[in-house]
Design a protein around this ligand. Structure first.
Ligand code: BTN
Length: 257
């Protein structure tokens, strides 16, 4: 955990540390014009008063419990963009491995799971300007939560590193490690190494292979079998038996044991 490389943030990154804000994603979106010339930018907050998850869900963001961090950067508007959620997910898994080595898995496209429960989540929000995309990748990692820190309905589905190992984790160190690993995966993406990203994402989602899942896409729920991540970054679902479809949006909402 104390590797020299991680003692400072990457030198090319502008870091804005906030004691509190509504949401680090919103901070970047609202200050888009001011920060645009300084990209890449990372905003971290010790707490968020309106932390958001995907599908407008609340993200528990109390002080001292977790990483609340958002990266802003530009990408070209091309097929590489659809691999950003996977690349960000892999950076989070490697961050968890660097600080604690739990067996973390990737639930397509970018939920991070340990022992069947969610430990980290990613909210990517892009603004497309013709050939260029302004990307915001917001990352929440549950580090020091106790069961009572999660609302009742999440207690069976969410976990934290402390709940798994019994230890407390330093947030600032974790933010720095995350910053290095995030840009290392982003660089692979920029270099067009999507196949490497898809291969690693498949390796990290092996725990889901062959499992029966419920897949939520818009207002439709499909029950099928997860068959991995396609070379184009989509989720491969078998439904009905013998028919394989590739999905580029949606969420795996239930996994049969
Ligand atoms: C999810 O899995 O639903 C995504 C959770 C993303 C949470 C992070 S915390 C930092 C950033 N700011 C937010 O309001 N949300 C993201």
């Amino acid at each position: 955990m104390k590797k020299k490389k991680f003692d400072a943030y990457p030198p090319f990154l502008r870091v804005i540390r906030l004691a509190a804000c509504a949401s680090t994603n919103d901070y970047l979106a609202n200050n888009h014009e001011q920060i645009e010339h300084d990209l890449p930018v990372l905003v971290t907050a010790s707490e968020q008063t309106r932390g958001r998850g995907r599908h407008n869900r609340e993200w528990v963001s109390k002080k001292g419990l977790g990483v609340y961090a958002s990266f802003a950067f530009h990408l070209k508007n091309d097929k590489r963009l659809s691999f950003l959620p996977l690349a960000a997910g892999l950076a989070v898994i490697e961050t968890l491995e660097a600080i604690s080595a739990p067996k973390a898995g990737l639930k397509w496209p970018n939920d991070i799971m340990v022992e069947g429960k969610k430990i980290a989540g990613i909210l990517i929000e892009n603004k497309v300007f013709a050939e260029r995309v302004f990307c915001i990748a917001g990352i929440g990692i549950n580090l020091n939560h106790s069961p009572g820190d999660f609302p009742g309905e999440l207690q069976d589905r969410a976990t934290s590193l402390k709940l798994i190992t019994g230890k407390a984790y330093e947030i600032e160190t974790t933010n720095r490690i995350l910053a290095h690993l995030f840009f290392s995966w982003l660089e692979k993406l920029k270099q067009g190494r999507q196949q490497e990203i898809a291969a690693k994402a498949n390796e990290k989602s092996r725990f889901l292979l062959g499992k029966e899942i419920a897949f939520h896409q818009r207002d439709q729920i499909i029950t099928g079998v997860f068959r991995g991540i396609h070379d184009n970054g989509g989720a491969i679902i078998e439904h009905p038996p013998g028919t394989f479809t590739i999905h580029h949006s949606g969420e795996i909402t239930n996994i049969q044991p």
